[in-house]
Design a protein around this ligand. Sequence first.
Ligand SMILES: C[S@@+](CC[C@H](N)C(=O)[O-])C[C@H]1O[C@@H](n2cnc3c(N)ncnc32)[C@H](O)[C@@H]1O
Length: 238
Amino acid sequence: MNVYSYYDHTPISERNPVNTLSTPPLAPLLERLFEEADAASPATSPAFAGVSNEERERLMRSKTDYLDFYGQLKDFPLPVSRETGALLYMLARNGGARTIVEFGTSFGISTLHLAAALRDNGGGRLITTEFEPSKVARARQNLKAGGLEDLVEIREGDALRTLGAGLPETIDLLLLDGAKALYPEILSLVESRLRPGAFIVADNADYSPDYLARVRAPASGYMSTPFAEDVELSMRLG
Ligand SMILES: C[S@@+](CC[C@H](N)C(=O)[O-])C[C@H]1O[C@@H](n2cnc3c(N)ncnc32)[C@H](O)[C@@H]1O
């Protein structure tokens, strides 16, 4: 099986070991959600045809226009890639993650990968946050369909507020996938709780040069490397 096909067609009794990501109900659900996302890319949407590349770049990097920008994108799932989804699952499994924080829920595709890892690790808690109410509703629906809603707390609102309090003592994995310009601020909110060895996956971090400079600095307390085309993978040092 390759990373493009989560659905394992061999009978359950012959599968070893069973994993939540590659079995129903989650595997066919993710296949459908990725297919729908492929068909609904903003890049091919008439709504964004008039937005120049320069303007798109500016909006992606803006610390002030993100509410409006993502508001216009509220009908788009904008998920991590299939490869990044698989990476998230593997990192969370390998680290035996029990506490995960996610910035940027959208329709919950990355959330499903992370929650599946918690399930296969024996349980845990995933706090994720999203300010678009319609996206929160869709994410809840998807988590329910995937049988993972018991592991996930969705905090509705701006992450600068929702992640400002009530975080677990220690956090094993952080996914940054909301407004790119806020990555440094969100890292600051969570940083003191990241356990040594915790992974941080920052999607499309190229849009956040301040974030990259911070995690790549020699005395930053992180080991960090670009990974694949669009991910910065960092590890909290002791
Ligand atoms: C790239 S999408 C997330 C995709 C999701 N992680 C996945 O892979 O399925 C980014 C999401 O972050 C949300 N967002 C952006 N800035 C936010 C903020 N400051 N607080 C909460 N949500 C935010 C947007 O509304 C959007 O739905």
